[in-house]
Design a protein around this ligand. Sequence first.
Ligand SMILES: [Zn+2]
Length: 323
Amino acid sequence: MRTDFADLVAALDIGGTKIAGALVDDRGRLLARAQRPTPAREDGATVMGAVAAVIDELGGAAQWSRVRAVGIGSAGPVDASRGTVSPVNVPGWRDYPLVAEVARRVGGLPVVLVGDGVAMTAAEHWQGAARGRANALCMVVSTGVGGGLVLGGRLHPGPTGNAGHIGHISVDLDGDACPCGARGCVERIASGPNIARRALDAGWLPGPDGDRSAAAVAAAARAGDAVARASFDRAAQALAAGIAATATLVEIEVAVIGGGVAGAGEVLFAPLRERLRDYATLSFAAGVEVLPAELGSDAGLVGAAAAAAQELGLWAGREPGTA
Ligand SMILES: [Zn+2]
């Protein structure tokens, strides 16, 4: 079987809590895995040490000789044009030359860097809910709100690997200040912590277990709590406005939503589909579908590999965009 000899991509998924790695084949299968906690409060060299440990463990796998490239999906902001990352939750890395540091640990294999939202998008386009769609917005709604775009059948990372970062589009011009410096961003309204904060401010009371998370607000909404429902409705409204803006700007067919907040299911998706009718009004935007993401926690790894394969032209005939 050719798959026994096919080229592999070593994928890295770098976040504020963990650094995951895997060898990925041309069908999106993960053949070997490694993982370390992110020493997010340590200096840059220590964080890189954890990345190096993941690479070293993958390097010990029997299939390593088939690796042709490295794909990295990292918490952002990233700058793919310079090969640097400045993850908000990893203060030891500011303009950190991640691509160069990884490249010198993998014998000069080509290294492709994208933001984590773009990686998730590559995964959903290749293997998930955006499969076969030529134009899509994929979003991660969790502690933050990120995203990425597929345009004309191909992943569209943009010059620095951040295109589609819908979390920091303003949908409330004079709204609350966002940590990014703007006001009324989608993330400031729709992220998990903001859903929970808004519910608490409006008088929602956590249950006896004291859980104050967005998941607890979702459970209360499901049980009929009006304040909890209103907080999700407001988040849905912000997401709908952002999706409608994207559909109007670049004519997407589908918006795919993953991340922990999407786990609320119909508590989020029902008001979102309804609110979308208020904002996606023009004929060419009104048909945009909203679907839950299909890939789980491996989306970052699968997508980092897919993004590298597309950019480097590996896996001819199988890579994302040729399905
Ligand atoms: Zn913002």
